[in-house]
Design a binder for this molecule. Sequence first.
Ligand code: PHE
Length: 490
Amino acid sequence: MSQQKLHGVWSNSWIFVLAATGSAVGLGNIWKFPYMTGENGGGAFVLVYLFCIALIGLPVMMAEVLLGRRGRMSPVNSMKYLVEEGGLHGAWTSIGWMGVFAGLCIMSFYSVVAGWALNYVFTTGSGSFNGATADQVGTIWGGLLGDKLTLTFWHTVFSVMTCVVVALGVTRGLGAVARYMMPFLILALLVLLGYGFVEGNMTAGLKFLFNPDFSKLFFKYVQSDASGNVIVCAGDISNCERQLNYEPTLKALGHAFFTLSLGMGAIMAYGAYMPDHSNVARTVVTIGILDTVIALIAGMAIFAIVFANPSVSPSGGPGLMFQSLPIAFGNMPAGQVFGTLFFMLVTVAAWSSAVSLIEPGVAWLVESKNYSRALATTLLGGAAWFMGIFALLSFNALADWTPVYLLNKTPFDFLDFLTSQLMLPLGGLFIAIFVGWKMSKAIVASEMDAEGHPMFDIWLFVLKFVSPVLVAAVFVVAIYDTIAGFVSSL
Ligand code: PHE
């Protein structure tokens, strides 16, 4: 296959940084990271997550950028080109295909959550949170989750917003918007952090986030109740049995991929526009640090508010941000205006991430099938929108629908599990093996522009031996534990 070089190359590597940061910074940082930390025991989860970012996320991100820049096409066709260039087995192109599918699955529930943020722009703007207590905020939030029509409306608005940008092909243009949005987002989070210091319980928040309790991380304590059902012990664990608990680790690993937009081609698609002379490693580290700092600030701000309001539970799940932050907006000076702006910023952050979720599929349809951008976007965006309906019904009509073939999860939880904990880490594992073991070292070194540099050797070592082994190890334990649990239930 000839490399068609359909893409222009951006004149300036800052545009790559902006687009990739726009993709990475989104709901994953502000919405997902805090609630996952809350559900998985706090500090120990954060530590494993940081570990995964450093040892797996950043090295794999460099590899993914490199693939895109070498291939210079949509992820599917870049992979085809690289497979041919290296004389490798065609199965490696599944990295591109799986990414297209993973992107649509993520988009389906991402757009539902972004719809919540959009709705909150108006709820906050109308003053509904002014002076509200935690309970009043909880009632408004519960009302939204139960309202199928309103959820569908905002899910649709966000889907259309995203599709318009992708169809116009200004995907990277939105990256440039991120340039203005990002500083304001950070500023807004810092203001919330300040509120947390003054009005919240920052001590408890910081302790929760940064004081690891490893007993909760790798193990869970269970007990049989009177009727023989296995239940998780709360509080006193003296009569409980200790069992292996791989889930927080798998979730931290999956979230490292999710928050960096890794393992599904988004970063590869943007890498295709990166100029040859720009430094992959330095750029990736910059993006990784920015992404992590934003998540940590959001976490600190949210938990300071959560621990000052006993009726908001840190382990409350996906509603955590939507139940905690309005308390701050309702009770700070000018909170109505500030809160409205905040949810607008969150929406823009989600927007610049969402376009990168459907771009890989659209770019492939345009390149290979000669579809117009508008048609390709309508087809793929429409498919994601349709799946999203099931995601939003998971909070009301389908809340009890947890069929075995969705692994006893609601559609929302299943889509999240399938993508974050399975497809993205698997995509990342394949990328690490492909770049580390399959591509010629000379090509890899010339793309990294770093042959003979000691950092290059360290990176390649980590990519070959550390990142894939860690991902594989977590998978092996998870599969083993699932099978063992299944066998013992027979
Ligand atoms: N990284 C984005 C976020 O944190 C989500 C995302 C995942 C975007 C995968 C693109 C690809 O919100």
